[in-house]
Design a binder for this molecule. Structure first.
Ligand SMILES: [Fe+2]
Length: 397
């Protein structure tokens, strides 16, 4: 969990022009002062970055009400059931912010799916961090920190309050994880001062962030702001992307799932070896292509398990997933295995994979993103609109 004051990822970066010392006079070529903006987490007690704007980042000239996004109502998972949702059947529409179809959520996290070609307007989520997994396509992420490209397989982690927008290059699909708090690398992979340790499945070199600022000039720029109270469109007097430089340890970054170095064992290892990020009361795991468990008598797919404190939601992002053979699950599918239900490989999958190994099969080609939550997940309207009602009974075959 993220506790106030704990350092989690203090990887310092500096981009553009900053003065030699913090909070000293820093002047534009015309002699005027640049305006500081400190973006900081946990009340000046955790990571932060200091941004230098050409204009005041405080100057708003209008606040307009915005209707809540349609389809934001959640329904309890009753009667309790394992579920299969086919995001590949969801329609395209909206943009990477407004086009999100709500799949599942609780008080800690909400997950949605979006397919779009349209650029979003400027957006600030003040409720928590977002982790946007790009399932297909290419997109440019623009922000006060600068721009970076993202493409298939990238997790883009956007800190709370970052003003940004998404500009797709063609059609993009994404699985979006919105936290009610901060999303960070697992603490056990970090030194006490926050550097990635040698046993971590990825490290600082795998994280990409903006390399230069955008320095956009503009006036009367609307920004869609999301708070716990709802949505507002704040109109800024000057473009928020007018930053000439920033430094610090808090910034948006991208991490590609293919840079996750899988941890393998002789016998089957449980999902914590796949953990990639942690958030408040949930974890994000990456299941990547890797050698199968190599003990000569291994059962190289999961054992039946009842993770009594968790709901397990899995987005099948690519490859093929031998534990789910015969279930109807395909690329783009989402499975939900809730607390209260014991799950494991689909019936017959254990025997099939043991036979495949006997015939020389040595690797698994699966690619999936899993979110395990420590509170039950309610179901969103987008998920319910593409549910495969036969899935629950594939467990009884
Ligand atoms: Fe599981």
């Amino acid at each position: 969990m993220n506790r106030a004051g704990e350092k989690q990822m203090p990887y310092y970066r500096v981009v553009g022009d900053v003065p030699r010392k913090r909070h000293v006079q820093f002047r534009r070529p015309d002699g005027g002062l640049y305006a500081e903006e400190l973006m900081g987490e946990e009340g000046f007690s955790s990571d932060s970055s200091l941004l230098y704007h050409r204009h005041l980042p405080t100057a708003i000239i209008k606040a307009e009400p915005v209707e809540p996004f349609a389809g934001s109502v959640l329904t309890p998972n009753l009667p309790l059931s394992p579920r299969h949702f086919r995001t590949q059947d969801l329609p395209s529409g909206g943009d990477l912010v407004t086009g999100r179809g709500l799949l599942a959520g609780n008080a800690d996290v909400r997950m949605s799916y979006v397919a779009t070609e349209a650029p979003s307007e400027l957006y600030r989520n003040s409720m928590g961090d977002e982790c946007v997994y790009i399932a297909s396509g290419r997109v440019v992420f623009e922000s006060t920190y600068g721009a970076m490209e993202a493409a298939e397989g990238d997790y883009v982690v956007v800190p709370t309050g970052t003003i940004h927008r998404w500009v797709p290059d063609g059609r993009v699909t994404a699985f979006v994880i919105e936290a009610a708090g901060h999303i960070r690398p697992p603490k056990r992979y970090l030194s006490k001062y926050g550097q990635f340790l040698e046993h971590a499945p990825y490290c600082e070199r795998d994280l990409r962030s903006p390399q230069e600022t955008l320095v956009v000039e503009g006036e009367e720029v609307p920004v869609l702001v999301r708070t716990r109270g709802g949505l507002t469109r704040l109109v800024y007097r000057n473009h928020p992307f007018d930053v000439v430089g920033w430094d610090g340890c808090l910034y948006p970054y991208a991490f590609n799932i293919n840079d996750f170095e899988p941890i393998v064992k002789g016998i089957h290892a449980p999902p914590p070896v796949h953990q990639t990020f942690e958030g408040p009361n949930f974890v994000i795991c990456s299941f990547c292509p890797r050698p199968l468990d190599f003990h000569p008598e291994a059962v190289p797919i999961p054992y039946n398990h009842h993770n009594v404190d968790s709901d397990e939601l899995m987005f099948y992002a690519g490859g093929d997933y031998s534990a789910r053979k015969g279930s109807g699950i395909d690329v783009g599918s989402i499975s939900l295995h809730p607390a209260g239900f014991t799950h494991g490989p689909q019936p017959g999958a254990v025997e099939a994979v043991i036979e495949a190994v006997r015939q020389g099969h040595t690797r698994t080609n699966e690619l999936a993103v899993m979110v395990d939550t420590f509170r039950p997940l309610d179901l969103g309207p987008a998920a319910l609109s593409v549910e495969d009602p036969a899935y629950a009974w594939t467990w009884a075959r």
